[in-house]
Design a protein around this ligand. Structure first.
Ligand SMILES: C[S@@+](CC[C@H](N)C(=O)[O-])C[C@H]1O[C@@H](n2cnc3c(N)ncnc32)[C@H](O)[C@@H]1O
Length: 282
């Protein structure tokens, strides 16, 4: 079945182009979701030819998110979250994870994909501690001026800023660093920064070869996709104190006494790394 633009429930009115793959919808398909179209599924099939472990990466990323949000809420006492590049709603979203621990937890989601904006807003209609901001995260000054974000960042309480699988959609590394730094600077002392990112170890090995081929395969659809070294990803946390175990493969990332009972992903070629860091109190 193909999905052509049509007058069906206002997709076109929302600016949703079903004929071109979207990162959010390809990822939704990788997670077993239903908010995707033939263009997304076709690209995903191409991706699988090069990187058959893609669904494992996607699942590991959601496992990481669940573990991090649970720990931040339960152990670090965080009640305010910004989920930047939130993606399409899936089985367990940031506000649901956080509010299971603390019903007072507030979340502002940010994304600029029209499909995410439409589905995200619909999901959040019945949750008065959750908001959705449609914005381009590469324009931090505009994002930080958004009333929902500005209110969450009001002094007095630390915030957790989550940027999961988002920053690698900015092609230029220095620009990526500058954007991350602008957000980091805006966070109150004691806040947390949680990042997952596509990684190329750059060692000429298996993973290096795979991600090089993968980038070529998806370039026509996602021209800005950038896999970075562990050192480059680590430096996105500049000025923050990295929690153990640092920036590592997602399957190796667990909080002390990790609260999610799932086994780490099987021993696959791993190209997604992540870390969590705390902004010093002064
Ligand atoms: C692969 S999905 C990750 C979703 C979710 N954070 C997760 O890790 O499960 C990446 C998301 O980042 C969003 N994104 C990428 N670049 C963005 C930008 N410049 N501004 C806002 N959102 C962006 C995409 O629309 C997509 O929803």
């Amino acid at each position: 079945m193909t999905d052509q633009p049509r007058n069906d429930g206002g997709l076109v009115a929302h600016g949703i182009d079903t004929t071109r793959p979207s990162v959010a919808r390809v990822y939704d398909y990788a997670l077993g979701g239903k908010d995707n179209y033939e263009s997304d599924r076709e690209l995903y099939r191409q991706i699988l030819k090069v990187a058959p472990e893609t669904p494992v990466w996607a699942k590991a990323n959601r496992r990481w998110l669940s573990e991090v949000i649970t720990w931040l809420t339960a152990d670090a006492g965080i009640r305010r979250f910004i989920d930047a590049g939130s993606g399409l709603p899936t089985a367990d979203n940031t506000h649901q994870i956080a509010q299971r621990v603390n019903a007072d937890a507030s979340v502002v989601y940010v994304d600029n994909d029209p499909s995410v904006v439409a589905h995200g807003r619909a999901l959040l209609l019945d949750n008065d501690r959750t908001q959705f901001t449609a914005a381009d995260l590469t324009k931090p000054d505009q994002v930080l001026a958004d009333p929902a974000i500005a209110a969450l960042l009001e002094p007095g309480e630390p915030v957790a800023l989550v940027m999961a699988l988002m920053l690698h959609h900015i092609s230029d590394y220095e620009e990526t660093r500058a954007i991350a730094q602008t957000y980091a600077d805006a966070l109150p002392p004691g806040s947390y920064l949680a990042i997952t990112h596509a990684c190329n170890p750059g060692d000429g090995g298996d993973v290096d070869a795979m991600v090089t081929e993968l980038i070529e395969k998806v370039r026509h659809a996602f021209p800005n996709l950038a896999f970075r070294s562990v050192a480059e990803i680590s430096s996105l946390f500049s000025g923050f104190e990295l929690l153990d175990p640092g920036v590592v493969k997602l399957g190796d990332w667990h909080v002390p006494g990790g609260r999610v009972d799932e086994d780490p992903p099987a021993d696959v070629r791993d190209a997604i790394y992540g870390g969590v860091a705390r902004k010093p109190a002064s």
